[in-house]
Design a protein around this ligand. Structure first.
Ligand code: C2E
Ligand code: CA
Length: 265
């Protein structure tokens, strides 16, 4: 896959984004998440790509612009509509219990239109809310405003799960753990990478796993790239895993081929 890097004189503009949206250039790639004990696929994470005329543009190069523009609501609507429509295809491919996990930014979580959009799309795509997870990244300062707390509560009242993304790489104030009912802790890629660095890194990862378990929250390790990492995590009680070792993020058609092959093994 060719990833197009944008340099400073070639920044994404809101007009580019608008044109891209109109032309259907935004697509989702899906990366499966696995139960490390059973090998079962539990969910897929939706990761957005911009299939621009110049090549594929990764999310960190356009999402910040999108967030600061008025396009964010249109984008949120598209995010839920597309991923939940694709979830039907995945579930119908023989994986009826797989969930869809979507990334939400702070800007989306401040938007009062979020809940009505989610409700409408769940209804229109005939999706049970228990199959939807929202990931909130810890690298943003997780001190939520009252509006955001209300939005979380409403999401969870609807039966939607909330995961903390990139856990351990942000501010880790832990304050949010008191009032947020977290359903999954996703430990950032850097942690899996650090496992081969030495005893100290492994002890820290062990503590993070125990921390989750004390709170009765399952822990997922992101960025698993090697057999050694996978085996260590499995042995040390990490619940779930995700990373290139299992599968790279894939477009829907390739994900379905991957799932078909998995069933045969
Ligand atoms: P993230 O949520 O932490 O996503 C994980 C990133 O790690 C993804 O990068 C994924 O492709 C990459 N990754 C997965 N497995 C491995 C591995 O084994 N090794 C390595 N080195 N990397 C791995 P990606 O797709 O470029 O996404 C970057 C970030 O953009 C995401 O980080 C997420 O915060 C954001 N993002 C992606 N899609 C969306 C979206 O629809 N909405 C919002 N708000 N943010 C999104
Ligand atoms: Ca994520």
């Amino acid at each position: 896959m060719f990833l197009f890097g944008i340099n400073s004189e070639d920044k994404v503009s809101v007009a580019d984004l608008k044109r891209g949206m109109k032309n259907g250039e935004f697509v989702f790639y899906y990366q499966p998440e696995f139960n490390l004990k059973t090998g079962e696929i539990i969910a897929v994470e939706a990761l957005m790509r911009w299939n621009a005329p110049k090549g594929i543009i990764p999310p960190d190069q356009f999402i910040p612009v999108l967030e600061s523009s008025k396009l964010i609501q249109e984008f949120t609507d598209f995010l839920f509509r597309q991923t939940l429509t694709d979830l039907k295809v995945i579930q119908n491919a023989g994986y009826p219990n797989v969930s869809m996990s979507v990334n939400l930014s702070a800007a989306q979580l401040t938007d009062k239109r979020l809940i009505p959009i989610v409700q409408t799309v769940l209804k229109e795509t005939n999706t049970e809310s228990k199959f939807l997870e929202c990931e909130i990244t810890e690298s943003q300062r997780l001190e939520f405003s009252d509006t955001q707390k209300d939005i979380f509560k409403e999401l969870q009242d609807l039966g939607i799960s909330i995961s903390i993304d990139d856990f351990g790489t942000g501010y880790s104030s832990f304050d949010y753990l008191r009032y947020l009912n977290i359903n999954k802790l996703k430990v950032g890629c850097d942690f899996a990478r650090s496992l081969q660095e030495g005893v100290k890194s492994r002890e820290i990862f062990s503590l993070v796993i125990q921390f989750g378990h004390i709170l009765k929250v399952p822990v997922l390790a992101e960025g698993i790239e090697t057999t050694e990492q996978k085996e260590w995590l499995e042995k040390n009680g990490c619940d779930y895993g995700q990373g290139f070792w299992f599968s790279r993020p894939l477009p829907l058609d390739q994900l379905i081929i991957f799932l078909e092959k998995k069933k045969e093994n």
